[in-house]
Design a protein around this ligand. Structure first.
Ligand code: PHE
Length: 453
């Protein structure tokens, strides 16, 4: 590793750029596709409350820790963890956090890109007017024929990967920063517009009731664990994305304040997405408990019956695609920054190399809905296995190691200096990162392994 490369470690131009890029990473399919349906599956309001609790006491201290490790190291997650271990005088084995992160990002992106491809395909279908006036069977048929056609799926998976590596190849300022500066305000504008449209509809009041009136009779032990697991996925925690974005953060910006902004934006956008999706569902007399098909089946069906449905459907799937795109770039950035800084491989080639590898693995996810849908493990297809392995095992494990390293391995003077915290505020972060967050993650982890049935 030449010192020259490390000295040229890039930086966001402002604190706002860091916040927008990180919020772009956090806000993705997790917010718009996953959050509404797991909220639907888990009883609405009560789930929202529990989820907010998890964000506050587990995800917040880990997010702050992860940004802190990034900025302190000013390096990609792999070399960065090596540097921080040296600084703390502890075992270089902590570099594992960086390796695991790069691997996890690679695995997640491989299937994330397939789902991003569905969203892109749906823009085209919506523009063709495929949903206008369609009945339930037709809408279901559209989804089924998309996922059962290997050629179409691979085409859209390829488009999604190309979009992703194009941004990453252009570098931190010219790619990641520029893209999120344009796309995040656009995404928020589209959501607010759709929200405004929904306020006037008959489904708005029942949707509010469903989302915000807590019905605790539906809460079980598992509700807590689902909520906590989702907090990791939606905030992009535990795999180095937030770490590498933190490493580009200006030295004088407050990590705690920026971290809170990211969490507030991610949460506000997830709630707003619910306030857009559920009114549409309720206005059409449908059920909010539709599972994973909510966005790609229930919603198009509902939209097809609505007055402005043609346009709403197009705009909505553009929204989903943008959200997925700004997350996808953060999934590959840890690997690209490592290849570039460690081996001096130019960004363009690093991005192409990482892109080809990820695309290839993603082919198996795409084909697991059709040609190889008989290849299963524990009843899950390849796509399902990847999702399970990353969201339920690798992200929680990574997050836990990050919290443990930050709290128990770094010198207190170093973490206090980097965070800009002292006294009670520092002790609060420390207690949450050292004890509360790892204990919470241990629960998710055990649940992920199915130990609670
Ligand atoms: N946070 C993203 C989402 O909600 C997914 C993601 C996970 C992105 C991990 C980067 C890292 O869709």
């Amino acid at each position: 590793m030449s010192a020259q490369h490390l000295e040229s470690h890039p930086q966001w131009s402002t604190r706002l750029a860091f916040i927008l890029a990180s919020a772009g990473s956090a806000v993705g399919l997790g917010n718009i596709w996953k959050f509404p349906y797991i909220m639907g599956d888990n009883g609405g309001g009560a789930f929202v409350l529990i989820y907010l609790g998890c964000l506050l006491i587990v995800a917040t201290p880990i997010l702050i820790s992860e940004v802190m490790l990034g900025r302190r190291s000013r390096s990609n997650p792999i070399s960065g963890m090596a540097k921080l271990s040296r600084e703390a005088g502890v075992s270089p084995a902590w570099q594992l956090i960086g390796w695991m992160g790069v691997l996890t990002g690679f695995l997640i992106l491989s299937y994330y890109s397939v789902v991003m491809g569905w969203a892109l395909a749906y823009i085209e279908k919506a523009a063709d007017g495929a949903f206008v006036g369609a009945d339930a069977d037709t809408v279901e048929g559209i989804f089924t024929s998309l996922v059962s056609n290997p050629g179409t799926l691979l085409f859209w998976h390829t488009v999604a990967m190309l979009l992703t590596i194009t941004v990453v190849a252009r570098g931190v300022r010219g790619g990641l920063e520029l893209a999120t500066r344009i796309m995040m305000p656009l995404l928020i504008a589209i959501l607010v517009l759709l929200f405004g449209y929904n306020i006037g509809t008959s489904g708005f009041a029942p949707a509010m009731e469903f989302m915000f009136a807590p019905d605790f009779s539906r809460v079980t032990g598992e509700t807590f664990l689902v909520a906590l697991g989702h907090a990791f996925f939606t905030l992009s925690l535990g795999m180095g994305a937030i770490m590498v974005y933190g490493s580009y953060m200006p030295a004088n910006a407050s990590i705690v304040k920026a971290g809170i902004w990211i969490i507030v934006l991610d949460t506000a956008i997830a709630l707003l997405a619910g306030m857009v999706i559920f009114p549409i569902v309720f206005s059409n007399g449908m059920s909010p408990e539709q599972g994973a098909g909510l966005i790609f089946q229930t919603l198009p069906l509902a939209l097809g019956a609505m007055e402005w449905g043609y346009w709403l459907a197009i705009v909505l799937f553009i929204l989903v695609s943008i959200a997925a795109w700004t997350s996808a770039i953060s999934l590959v950035e840890p690997a690209v920054s490592y290849l570039y800084e460690r081996f001096g491989v130019r960004r363009l080639y690093s991005a192409i190399g990482a892109g080809i590898a990820t695309w290839t693995l993603g082919v198996f996810s795409a084909l697991s809905f059709n040609l190889i849908d008989d290849v299963t493990l524990f009843g899950k297809n390849f796509f399902g296995i990847m999702e399970f392995l990353t969201a339920n095992i690798l992200l929680p494990a990574g997050g836990m190691l990050i919290a443990l390293f930050a709290a128990w391995r770094m010198r207190r003077a170093d973490s206090s200096e980097e965070l800009g915290l002292s006294g009670g505020a520092y002790r609060l972060w420390w207690a949450l990162a050292a004890v509360v967050a790892p204990a919470g993650v241990a629960l998710v982890f055990l649940n992920g392994l199915g130990l609670f049935g």
